[in-house]
Design a binder for this molecule. Sequence first.
Ligand SMILES: *Cc1c(COP(=O)(O)O)cnc(C)c1O
Length: 438
Amino acid sequence: MEEAVFSGLAPDGGLYVPVAHPDLRATMAGWDDKTPFLEVATTATRALLGPDFCGCDAADVAGRAFGFTPVLRPLEDGLFVLELFHGPSCAFKDFGASFLAAVMDAYCARRARTATVLVATSGDTGSAVAQAFRGRSSVRVVILYPSGRVSDLQEKQLTTVGGNVCALEVAGSFDDCQRMAKQAFLDGELVRELGLTSANSINVGRFLPQSFYYLWCWAALGGGRHRARSAATLFTVPSGNLGNLASGLYAWRWGMDVAGFLAATNANDVLPEYLSSGTFRPRASVRTLSNAMDVGDPSNMERITELFRAEPGEVEIVLSGQAVSDAQTIEGMRDAYRRFGYVMDPHTAVGYVAERAQRERAGRPRSGPVVLLGTAHPAKFEETVRDALGFAPALPPQLQEAARGRKVAVGVEPTREALKAFLTSDLDRICPYQKALV
Ligand SMILES: *Cc1c(COP(=O)(O)O)cnc(C)c1O
């Protein structure tokens, strides 16, 4: 686990996957709608990582990671939004980033070492990681983001933290950023000298904790007490790099009995295409309104195929896909507001539209609870909400603070050499550790 948290990619350039799948069924039988999120997180951490996974206490790590919880909000009978945007950056990636930061902090303290986290972001990852690691003494963060492809507010969230967090504005796409990060992780010298480590959704320390809210939601819908109800649940997952989806599928593998998962994408539809044609065709990403899902070559695809390697037939039973256009997304935001008075961000709306489309095509009503993963606060996408609904959502306090800050970013070309030059000659000056380790 320690090696997988710090090195991000396996030595062969592939992704680490958990080797053994624990069976959580006995533990989960005791959960119901009264079970607090922190208890689910703590119990799952112990079961997944072992009681002594970092020489520190699971309850302590979970407690320091999660100063916020998911909220399950009913829209109508049988339809819920699992709001995952009440953390420091107002998106679901706060769950993974905060847990990873707490774990790395515990490791670094025990080892008296330092680390440099390198992260490529299409928007929300970077802000979650920046907030989660902000001000920590032995870890610093370098964020690569595609110039002009994130919203103004997202950019502010990435570029106003300062201190041990620095932002590189890359003249390219998210796929360029991701490639540059991967190349840096394969550069042994850089990894050694900087203690380079990843925080992308490819990092196990980040995507394991994303399973905690699926498990908690399963409990909140009935859990061990009303098992049949929980087991009929469909999770609708707005998907891009497929990290969130992979986390849900892991929870299922560990014994979370549900009806299935609907992977909802925007026009970047490699997964729905794969599920219907059997061919995986990665390609350049296209820009959409749900820009955190603009991924043309999702890195967690490998994990998902691995999960089904033993029983390929299971894919069709638990996983379906649906792509949604920008026009449908806007229409979905309007429809949700009209019917429920609920303001959705464009990513959550992709899930809403996808589920409706799938149900209409099947010509059947819902057969169990439908949970739409609410992946971002609508105020993060003010412009789109304004275009769709005619008003701007109120900014939560976390976003007000970012909006007031001043952007500081370093421009770089989308090449391996440009990143290496920055890391080896400018990093220490621009992005110092906050305190020397004693
Ligand atoms: C990252 C993100 C997604 C996509 O999640 P993946 O794990 O990359 O599939 C969806 N919605 C929002 C708001 C995001 O930030």
